[in-house]
Design a protein around this ligand. Sequence first.
Ligand SMILES: [Cu+2]
Length: 219
Amino acid sequence: MSRTLLIGIVAAAAVSIPAAATGSPNVTLTGVVGPGFSISLKNPNGTGVTHLDPGTYDISVTDNAIEHNFHLRGPGVDQATDIEGTGTVTWTVTITDGTYTFVCDAHPVQMRGSFTAGNVPPPPPPAGKLSGRVTSKAISLTNGGSKVRSLVAKKYKITVSDTSKTQNFHLKGPGVNRKTGVAAKARAIWTVTLTPGKYTYRSDKSRRLHGTFTVRAAG
Ligand SMILES: [Cu+2]
């Protein structure tokens, strides 16, 4: 008996899913402002909105703060919550080719975000920051204090500190071949575009001082 009953429940649940989905044809994006100086607009999967296909969207906006608001503006769209008010509203908006911004009107410099749509490409991701360091005894490449083992392909700013007059810092891999001088101390900032593949950093005067990492495709 239990087997038949279970199949019946599963079948009923399967039928109810498309019925619910057809009642809400628009993709719903979620905008949140506050508490504090935070503002965000997210895709259904929780990632930040950076680029959308043109179309009609429902935007559920929750305004958590009496000193902030959520103001979305771009081609064909200009919608805002009250600065003094709080609560959740849903806007149905039509997104077309272009760039859209969302800000708090009371703090438009600190609290802002943007995305592009259609034929306007998303902006490149901000450059990553790395630190390269070589002393007479050790070499390292770190990312926020952790040793770099794997990175996403994009642009990076590498602050290189070469505190040795006998070693250097040499980064080599697909599209990149940069080095400091062996006989001089140096401090430099290199902007490099890392692409998928294997990279090596080493001192050209000591085989012992070396490390490797891999770069994988973005997305
Ligand atoms: Cu604000």
